[in-house]
Design a protein around this ligand. Structure first.
Ligand code: PEP
Length: 289
């Protein structure tokens, strides 16, 4: 009989233990506390009539997922009254806040206004605000602190440009830098416990409104990097924080994306403007485990 070298025996045993562990561990299992979350970002679209047609359909749609819609600021009150009239679980979000208090800030909407309208959420740090309106990581962080201090929950967007991912290979550094600026501001304001009021939306800039979606693997890999970064805050923040994917999400890709272990929902732009396109994306929540 050929005697096996003891090192080889240990390594074979380790392989067998790993195999049994993988068989017993269900793939893609998500923390049950991370309810699937779908945001609809209407951006600067729709009008009074189309909003009044679309929002009731979304409000009446049955789903176990958390659904939050962000209409243009002028229609926040209208959208809020439609979801209330329908006794809907759907929530409304502002697309932005000033980050200032009430006062001499012409053209701006403060967190106080949003809360006064009965609205609980705001988007912050969307790439269009970062690139077109020059909002730096620090401005986004200051707005996040303001929103949380005043009692709003935040859908916090982050994401790299095409050049940063494909030329510079800096996706992780860019995304964790954007999130790190927020964490630093939360620490300074003694608000680290408010991570529980933040949902992260990872939105590669090159995939927003372009029809180019990150592949399922690219999205899952970056979500995992974000979740690993969250463990530097604490394991419980990493386990509880929902990380949404955004960037040309459609009914054609949402089911596969929803199955990924670290994808806890979507932030949807273009497809949220049509009930026919948006509702099937909401329904992909059933593929999340
Ligand atoms: C967005 O604006 O947040 C977004 C993801 O847009 P789209 O779905 O159109 O790519």
């Amino acid at each position: 009989m050929v005697r096996q070298d003891p090192i080889q025996q240990i390594s074979n045993a380790a392989d067998r233990i790993k195999m049994v562990h993988e068989m017993l561990t269900p793939m893609n299992q998500k923390a049950p506390t991370r309810t699937f979350f779908i945001g609809g970002n209407f951006k600067s679209n729709l009008n009074k009539d189309s909003l009044k047609e679309l929002v009731p359909v979304i409000a009446k749609h049955q789903t176990a997922a958390d659904v939050v819609i962000a209409p243009p600021a002028l229609y926040l009150l209208e959208a809020q009254s439609i979801v209330e009239a329908n006794n809907s679980k759907v929530k409304v979000a502002a697309q932005n806040i000033s980050g200032k208090s009430l006062g001499a800030y012409t053209g701006e909407i403060a967190a106080e206004h949003v809360l006064d309208a009965g609205i609980e959420w705001t988007l912050l740090g969307h790439s269009e605000r970062r690139s077109i309106y020059c909002e730096s990581d620090e401005v986004v962080a200051a707005k996040t602190v303001d929103a949380l201090q005043k009692g709003l929950s935040v859908i916090l967007c982050c994401g790299e440009t095409e050049h940063q991912r494909f030329v510079e290979n800096r996706t992780k550094e860019v995304v964790t830098g954007q999130l790190g600026a927020v964490h630093k501001a939360l620490e300074a304001a003694n608000l680290v416990d408010k991570w529980s009021k933040i949902v992260i939306a990872y939105e590669p800039v090159w995939a927003i409104g372009t029809g180019k979606t990150a592949s399922t693997q690219q999205a899952q890999d970056t979500h995992l990097e974000i979740r690993n970064w969250l463990t530097t805050i604490s394991q419980s923040v990493a386990d509880a924080t929902r990380i949404l994917y955004g960037g040309s999400v459609s009914a054609a890709n949402s089911d596969e994306l929803a199955k990924q272990a670290d994808i806890d929902g979507f932030l949807v732009g273009g497809a949220s403007l049509s009930a026919q396109k948006f509702l099937p994306i909401i329904d992909s929540a059933k593929y999340s485990q």
